[in-house]
Design a protein around this ligand. Structure first.
Ligand code: PFF
Length: 437
């Protein structure tokens, strides 16, 4: 049933850019720096790197090869490989995760859009603005958040309805180079600022005394979210990939780009925070309160703030596109809807589900906890178990190799998905239930 009407990437570069676009998002720029700041700087970064290599890369490979082998959305992919049994439920969990995550992700991306707008108009960085009050003012205004959320979702829907090649790949080809350009520009500013060495040592010196067991698990959870794993986003993107491309190489590249951007974001943020004597472990407010306070004190404040929030917005957009695409590919494959109808219907429903995240106090955090603590790690365990245990060794090796003929690293990969990934992730889940740690 593989049909070209589903769409395909133009090649490996298109796929890697789109997948890196999915991975690089609010998780890198908003969450990674504050989590590193709160959990021992480089101590957290080291654990994070280990998690990316041992858990992240093997799962990217597992997801991409499942998608590539079946050319189907997550539900169809599991059903194609194992028509009997309940493996399909893993696909359903993935589609549900796409719904849940995008519902609140669209709200936070809407904040980034709102801030980019305020920054460009100069009002964010004009004299005497209290950043805490600005942020609280926005959070207290549900209507304003819903409006920006709607604007962001509309852009996401328009891109996804344009299709795999003309919509998603094209947007990634424009936005990803722009994103790296913007962050390098900001890096120039931050590395030449007075607090550069203090900021760098905050991020790059390991403070193991600040790293708790909870911090280790946060690093693992962060790797999951940041690499877009556990919900079939990489299955979906892999389903548009030709079997001639090497999955291992692509997976390593995607993980490297994602990690580079997270670390770059930290390298931009902390020097500025120290230059202006601000609080480095500020938590979620780091990007919306601390950082704009630093910008406001710099020459070219409006310009810098605009560049930063545009960066945040573009990063969020390419991730939101992949979240929506998981749901859209499900409607297109399973119900044979056309892409335009699927995009607007799914996007509209997700927007509606997101409205309480914008208007009801604490709802956004609950959705985030549900998705990142439970749905993604839960999905990840089952995807690893499927690739490691449900598939025969021959099937797994065939899927891993594709038609490019290389199965280098297969044995190490199989060991990871059979043992390391399920155990590591089971520990995260047990810790959440309070049985461990
Ligand atoms: N990886 C994205 C980020 O770091 O912001 C979030 C994300 C996108 C998670 C797509 C899951 C997903 F399927």
């Amino acid at each position: 049933m593989a049909d070209s009407s589903r769409g395909t990437w133009t090649g490996r570069v298109g796929f890697v850019l789109a997948a890196a676009g999915s991975a690089i998002g609010l998780g890198n720029i908003w969450m990674f720096p504050f989590r590193a700041g709160q959990n021992g700087g480089a101590a957290f970064v080291l654990v994070y790197l280990a998690a990316v290599l041992v858990v992240g890369v093997p799962l990217i490979i597992a997801e991409v090869m499942i998608g590539r082998a079946t050319q189907r959305n997550p539900v169809g992919a599991f059903r194609t490989l194992r028509p009997r049994g309940s493996w399909q439920l893993v696909g359903w969990l993935g589609v549900a995760s796409g719904f849940v995550i995008l519902s609140y992700y669209g709200v936070v991306a809407g904040w980034a859009m709102d801030y980019a707008w305020m920054a460009a108009s100069g009002s964010l960085t004009s004299a005497g603005v209290d950043m805490q009050a600005t942020f609280d003012g926005m959070l207290g205004n549900g209507g304003r958040q819903v409006l920006w959320q709607a604007a962001f979702m509309a852009v996401t829907i328009v891109v996804v309805s344009g299709g795999v090649e003309a919509g998603i790949e094209r947007a990634s080809r424009i936005l990803m180079p722009l994103l790296f350009g913007l962050i390098l520009m900001l890096l120039g500013y931050s590395l030449t600022s007075e607090g550069a060495s203090e900021g760098l040592s905050f991020l790059l010196n390991p403070r193991f005394e600040d790293l708790t067991w909870g911090g280790v698990l946060a690093a693992l959870g962060q790797a999951f979210f940041s690499l877009s794993l556990g919900m079939g986003a990489m299955i979906t993107y892999g389903s548009y990939l030709a079997p001639t491309e090497s999955v291992t190489r692509a997976a390593l590249l995607i993980a490297a780009l994602d990690t580079a951007l997270a670390i770059l974001a930290g390298l931009v943020i902390f020097p500025l925070v120290f230059t202006f004597g601000l609080e480095p472990s500020a938590g979620p407010g780091l990007v919306f309160i601390t950082l704009p306070s630093a910008f406001a004190m710099m020459p070219g404040a409006a310009f810098l703030a605009t560049v930063f929030f545009a960066l945040l917005l573009f990063a969020a957009l390419t991730s939101a596109i992949s979240l929506l695409e998981v749901v859209v590919s499900f409607f297109v494959d399973e119900f044979e809807w056309n892409r335009i109808r699927a995009s607007w219907t799914a996007g509209g429903l997700i927007f509606a589900l997101g409205v309480p995240s914008a208007t009801v106090d604490g709802f956004l955090d609950k959705m985030d906890l549900l998705a990142t603590n439970w749905m993604l790690p839960g999905g990840g365990v089952f995807i690893a178990l499927f690739a490691g245990w449900a598939l025969t060794r021959g099937e797994a090796e065939g899927g891993y190799r594709g038609t490019d003929g290389h199965s280098g690293g297969f044995v190490a990969w199989r060991f990871c998905v059979r043992f390391l990934v399920p155990v590591a992730v089971a520990v995260i889940l047990l810790q959440k239930t309070g049985l461990v740690g």
